[in-house]
Design a protein around this ligand. Structure first.
Ligand SMILES: C[S@@+](CC[C@H](N)C(=O)[O-])C[C@H]1O[C@@H](n2cnc3c(N)ncnc32)[C@H](O)[C@@H]1O
Length: 465
């Protein structure tokens, strides 16, 4: 990898991309030092003594049982519907977290750390990440996104020790308790970073964003991130979203990106895509990824389909302990979420293909029942059924609504082992471009014929990351 001295971006050379992507063959593992620093922070906040030599398992066992029970109760109830009903607007989000900041830190920070890796990879594979990044993180909470970006850059700094990397964060949150936690955690984690990665918190801003006027930050950013900030749980935010995210455009460098990450819940996906559609249709941003048109550049978005991306991880030790003590959530090794990368320079991860002569668009598949065709599309969603996976596709030629999943184009369930034999070694997580040559179109459905695709022995598959 090298740095382009003109625009400061990181450029892959020869085998770098393969080497880099091979890191994703295994599920992500939250390093033990992050779990330990989380627990040290909890001990400190509870004013309990700590033995610095204790490992995570010993530390967590020393937490008082009433506290563990409270964490479990908080996690099970924090975002339940009743909790969301009892006050109005932004004050509600304050109420949701009141007295629960440590519970959020222990449970929600770990699960949110690796989500940002997917958008970072999307930018990196097209040489859009820089060695030096100024990042504004809105709705920081305990620092989940910042920790995720630090971990990503740590991986890079270790893989490319001859390069230097600099991350500088501006954190913004309406709650001082969260900012205090985030600052302490980020600062403590800098001790574990390699010497060629320099991380700093430039500023932390305690402010509630209610309207575009509330965004007064100095200078421009390479990256503006928001994770679980526009969620419908955060009531007024989803209503103010278009105005707020539009106003952030002035704080974004001309080659910068806005990364929005949301949870994988259906209603939230609808709200999130509606916000994305408005932002694009009003000409504020373009979608860099995912959801690029395969055959034509997508200038207008009306799709509100329900889909999700996943990241795979090993269940952290803190989760295992909480689950052993009664927590019902937190057993998933695949974490579903949604994301969008928005830019103002018109750049997209995948450029529209010029030549579709040998390919069939998804909207036309019905005319090819029982025939063998070639197809190019973005992977919309992947359903993991153990040994088999089902994959749904989108090429921008069909706009789907939230409940249209069954009318989407699906590849019939296929053995994972078979895919490996076909040379696909990385987990398929959605949002990548897939080319299928020689797939059979099958009629599915009794009253309305919905085309499905069937892989055959002769099918060729290529995934572009
Ligand atoms: C669900 S948490 C997300 C935290 C973190 N980004 C993550 O993904 O784990 C939402 C955070 O946004 C903050 N927040 C919500 N609405 C806000 C607003 N209008 N202005 C400032 N902060 C807000 C909350 O205080 C909380 O820390």
């Amino acid at each position: 990898m090298r740095v382009d001295r003109l625009d400061e971006t990181l450029i892959f050379e020869s085998q770098d991309k393969e080497l880099f992507l091979s890191c994703f063959q295994e599920p992500r593992k939250l390093p033990e030092y992050i779990e330990k620093e989380i627990l040290k922070l909890v001990f400190d906040s509870l004013k309990l003594d700590i033995n610095g030599n204790d490992d995570v398992t010993l530390l967590i066992k020393r937490l008082p049982t009433p506290f563990i029970n409270k964490v479990i109760f908080d996690v099970e109830s924090m975002f339940s519907d009743e909790m969301s009903l009892y006050s109005d607007g932004v004050h509600e989000s304050a109420a949701l977290y009141l007295g629960r900041h440590l519970s959020y830190l222990m449970y929600y920070l770990p699960v949110n750390v690796f989500k940002v890796w997917k958008p970072l990879v999307d930018l990196q594979v097209k040489d859009k990440l820089k060695w030096k990044m100024r990042i504004l993180d809105i709705g920081t909470g305990p620092g989940s996104v910042a920790v995720g970006i630090m971990e990503y850059y740590r991986m890079m700094a270790e893989a490319f020790p001859y390069l230097n990397f600099v991350l500088s964060f501006v954190l913004l949150d309406g709650q001082r308790e969260f900012l205090t936690i985030a600052k302490r955690l980020i600062n403590s984690l800098t001790a574990y970073m390699p010497p060629n990665l320099f991380v700093s918190i430039e500023e932390s801003i305690c402010r509630t964003l209610d309207s575009p006027e509330d965004i007064s930050v100095s200078g421009e950013f390479d990256l503006i991130t928001m994770s679980n900030f526009l969620t419908i749980n955060e009531m007024r935010n989803s209503q103010n979203a278009v105005a707020i995210v539009s106003a952030l455009k002035d704080s974004l460098k001309k080659d910068g990106s806005v990364i929005i990450i949301e949870n994988g819940i259906k209603n939230n996906c609808l709200s999130f895509k509606t916000i994305r559609n408005d932002l694009v249709n009003q000409g504020v941003y373009n979608v860099y990824s995912p959801c690029n048109g395969i055959w034509q550049p997508k200038k207008e978005y009306s799709c509100t389909c329900f889909n999700m991306v996943r990241c795979f991880w090993e269940i952290p030790l803190i989760y295992k302990f909480l689950r052993d003590h009664g927590l019902k959530k937190g057993g998933r090794y695949d974490v579903p979420f949604n994301y969008a990368i928005l830019r103002k320079d018109g750049k997209t991860k995948y450029r529209a293909e010029g030549n579709n002569r040998f390919y069939v668009q998804l909207k036309d598949l019905r005319e090819y029942i029982d025939r063998t065709v070639n197809v190019k599309a973005i992977i919309r969603t992947v359903i993991d059924r153990g040994d088999k996976i089902s994959v749904s596709l989108c090429d921008g030629s069909m706009d789907l609504g939230i409940d249209d999943d069954s009318s989407a184009v699906w590849i019939e369930p296929v053995d994972k082992e078979w895919l490996v034999k076909k040379g696909l070694n990385l987990p398929i997580v959605a949002a990548e471009k897939i080319t299928l040559k020689k797939v059979k179109v099958i009629a599915h459905g009794t009253f309305v014929v919905i085309p499905r695709l069937r892989m055959q022995g002769s099918t060729e598959i290529e995934i572009e990351y």
